[in-house]
Ligand binder design. Structure first.
Ligand SMILES: [Fe+2]
Length: 376
């Protein structure tokens, strides 16, 4: 072999080893609450089995909240449910190729329903970094893995008010309370040369169906179109967060809360909603021809229009009633695998559609339901 060719081959092998060493896979999933001690164990277990069988090289899972039902008064019960959830997730924690801590937890509204619940969560999930904002240690945090940065935000915090007054407290859901910390975190990740940025919260910036009333925009019930100062506050905070995503060129924001799958690109940044690895499946936002409701999570088209307008959605005859025209959604139990390469991320979502007449069970084989690429 010619000497130059030899050199070229060695150089190529060297370069490909660098690229290879930086690539890794992680999984995102969310919302597994159900009736077995707070967990939908059959669905969650089936998804985990499928994942570990097909991706034994998986490095970790990020779970975007609402692992369990939780309880408003019985905070011991919430803790027991979380411990049970960890047992159901044991195959991931024990997988031979998994990296510490196996599962990165995100706080959901079902985990924080009582003033003691934040400490419960910290007790159950001690293996996280304690680098979050002062009041949020163990609940909001961030870390680097390979060429990527991961920022985990609690969007369902508790408001304590006067600590000596046990009546001066309440849930303080649907917002990112520590935006300065988020900005400093993304800024330093960029300064360190992190190639990819992934952010996570339970509540979604752009509702896709079932929770058009809340999530981060938090327009509330019976919204008829008047944006008062409270609604403006939530919308502004949501917008401020998405501006940060654009500013720091984040790859994707991954969330849950709505029990279905949907991804879309908003101003150049992906929102991937991985709702339901067991929680009762929701329908998408009403279609133009939809004229009936099936409970609190769904609205008639007429009821939904003020929300669509305030949220700047793509709605009307033949439209998808979503924030983006490029929205892709599947009403399926699901998880997404992120294959992180140097210059792109390949995202594959696997799922199963519910058994006819049920929104908590499935009886089909889990299959690939979506695939897209995030180019850097
Ligand atoms: Fe939720």
């Amino acid at each position: 072999m010619h000497q130059n060719m030899k050199r070229t081959i060695i150089l190529l092998l060297f370069l490909s080893s660098i690229v290879f060493s930086q690539s890794f896979k992680f999984v995102a999933m969310s919302d597994s609450r159900g009736s077995d001690n707070g967990v939908n164990t059959p669905v969650l277990s089936a998804l985990i089995d499928h994942m570990l069988k097909n991706y034994p090289e998986l490095k970790f899972v990020v779970f975007a909240g609402d692992m369990v039902n939780g309880h408003e008064y019985d905070t011991d019960r919430t803790k027991r449910e979380l411990l049970h959830w960890k047992e159901v997730m044991a195959p991931i924690y024990n997988s031979p190729n998994i990296a510490w801590p196996g599962v990165w937890p995100v706080v959901g509204n079902h985990e924080i329903r009582h003033r003691d619940d934040e400490n419960n969560f910290r007790d159950v999930f001690q293996d996280v970094y304690m680098n979050g904002p002062k009041e949020q240690k163990g609940l909001s945090y961030s870390f680097d893995f390979g060429n990527s940065h991961f920022c985990i935000m609690n969007t369902d915090a508790w408001y304590y008010g006067d600590l000596s007054d046990t009546t001066d407290d309440r849930r303080d859901w649907h917002q990112i309370k520590y935006m300065d910390w988020v900005e400093a975190d993304l800024k330093s990740a960029t300064a360190r040369g992190m190639k990819h940025i992934f952010t996570f919260s339970h509540e979604m910036p752009f509702p896709i169906g079932g929770h058009l009333r809340d999530g981060l925009p938090n327009l509330g019930s019976n919204f008829k179109g008047k944006i008062d100062s409270t609604r403006q506050y939530y919308l502004d905070r949501r917008d401020a967060f998405w501006n940060l995503m654009q500013k720091y060129k984040a790859d994707a924001h991954i969330c849950g809360h709505e029990h279905t799958y949907g991804r879309q690109e908003v101003n150049g940044v992906y929102q991937v909603l991985n709702g339901s690895s067991g929680a009762p499946l929701y329908n998408f936002n009403p279609r133009y021809d939809k004229d009936s409701t099936t409970g609190w999570t769904e609205m008639t088209y007429e009821e939904a229009v003020p929300y669509y307008k305030a949220l700047n959605y793509n709605y009307g005859p033949g439209k998808n009633s979503q924030r983006s025209e490029n929205f892709v959604g599947k009403r399926a139990f699901n998880y997404s695998v992120y294959e992180v390469l140097n210059d792109k991320v390949i995202v594959k979502t696997y799922g199963a559609y519910p058994t006819k007449g049920s929104n908590t069970k499935f009886d089909m084989d889990i299959e690939l339901i979506d695939e897209f690429v995030i180019e850097k």
